[in-house]
Design a protein around this ligand. Structure first.
Ligand code: NAD
Length: 352
């Protein structure tokens, strides 16, 4: 028995040392982001007021199109307290995957049948299209997405911190694996995808470096796997080119889109793919200073209208010139006729 203990002792010691080394390096990794020169900005100032204000605005449908008239009673203060509890006084790189689950039970993302729109690589265009079109709803228009969109937040685990919120700096997106705001968007995206029904759409940037469908994106890793083939009837891929680019970008059935189409086939989700959807083309035109400089913004109808107008102008100028010529010729003719008549008269008065 004693002999066995003596043999085990070095193994136990080795394991303890290994555990200490591992824990220390994990702890050091979790704090690494602080030393990175590119650490992002700190928590958005007045985040509590903004978050709760947006919540009240959303549930009262003050931005009419960006809300859902829901029967469930929403308590904005309770949602904020739950949200704050998920990161306050905590290391922002040590967030567990389920920490925002209760927030998302209180503030569920909801979209009507056939209107869910996912996006990857083009937030602004997707947000603008969704705002003006009744056809599409994105996560950022649903309650949880609306409250959190464009906010920065992270906790401070320094015991000296009074409110446990870091207003100086937060980790950059992707600076650490278990980053707190990334955890929130992962959870919100998962719930957003689970509730989607009917036809769903995904807008992808055809000019994105490395491919429009990015394997590591939230769309690829969270939203796509959480689509329910029993309730989703069709996935519409909207491949959006940058209208200012001279290159065409990725096309349906090619490159990374082919991989997306394959994954949809495997998941049993029927799909269609549209290159250069008009809503996205025209919304991009509205953001340009001189949109008519780009062929994509003139559109076929406008182009032929412009050609028609040009024909009318050229016709009018030509018509004017011809009319002037006719008048001049007529005047000349009249004058020469008069001259001839005078000549005839003078010839008739020949002196005898
Ligand atoms: P994506 O790669 O375009 O990233 C989405 C968002 O994540 C960006 O708009 C930005 O806010 C943030 N992000 C990503 N990479 C970043 C970087 N290097 N630096 C700073 N910020 C960065 O697209 P995705 O990963 O497929 O996620 C989009 C989908 O997931 C959407 O359908 C949406 O529902 C949801 N989502 C929304 C947000 C948001 O901030 N509103 C964030 C993540 C996910």
């Amino acid at each position: 028995m004693d002999g066995k203990n003596t043999t085990l002792q070095p193994v136990v010691h080795f394991c303890i040392i290994l555990c200490i080394v591992l824990l220390t390096s994990l702890e050091a990794n979790a704090h690494m982001w602080r030393r990175q020169a590119d650490a992002g900005p700190g928590t958005t100032k007045n985040i509590a007021e903004i978050f709760q204000g947006r919540c009240h605005e959303h549930i009262q449908c003050l931005q009419t199109d960006q809300c859902n008239r829901r029967p469930k009673v929403i308590n904005c203060t309770a949602i904020w307290i739950e949200f704050l509890g998920a990161f306050q006084h905590q290391n922002p790189c040590n967030t567990s995957a389920d920490v925002y689950d209760d927030v998302l039970t209180m503030a569920v993302p909801i979209t009507p049948d056939d209107q869910t729109l996912f996006w990857s690589g083009l937030l602004d265009a997707a947000l603008n299209v969704a705002r003006v079109s009744m056809q599409y709803r994105i996560l950022e228009e649903s309650l949880p997405g609306y409250m959190a969109n464009q906010l920065v937040w992270c906790g401070d685990d320094d015991p000296a911190s009074v409110d446990g919120i870091n207003y100086e700096k937060c980790p950059e997106w992707g600076a650490c694996e278990n980053e707190t705001s990334f955890r929130f968007w992962q959870a919100a995206s998962r719930e957003f995808s689970r509730q989607a029904t009917g036809k769903v759409s995904v807008a992808l940037n055809a000019h994105r470096d490395g491919g429009a469908f990015r394997n590591t994106s939230v769309f690829a890793t969270v939203e796509l796997p959480n689509l329910n083939p029993d309730t989703v009837t069709m996935v519409e891929i909207l491949l959006v080119p940058d209208i200012t680019s001279t290159e065409e970008g990725e096309k349906c059935g090619k490159g990374s889109i082919k991989e997306l189409e394959r994954r949809l086939d495997v998941a049993g989700l029927p799909w269609i793919c549209t290159y250069d959807p008009l809503e996205f083309r025209y919304i991009q035109c509205t953001t340009l200073e001189n949109p008519l400089e780009y062929k994509a913004c003139r559109g076929d109808k406008q182009e032929s209208q412009r050609a028609k107008e040009e024909t009318i102008i050229v016709g009018a100028v030509l018509g004017g010139v011809i009319l002037i010529l006719i008048i001049v010729v007529a005047i000349l003719l009249v004058q020469s006729c008069k001259r001839l008549t005078r000549l005839d008269d003078s010839q008739l008065m020949i002196p005898t």
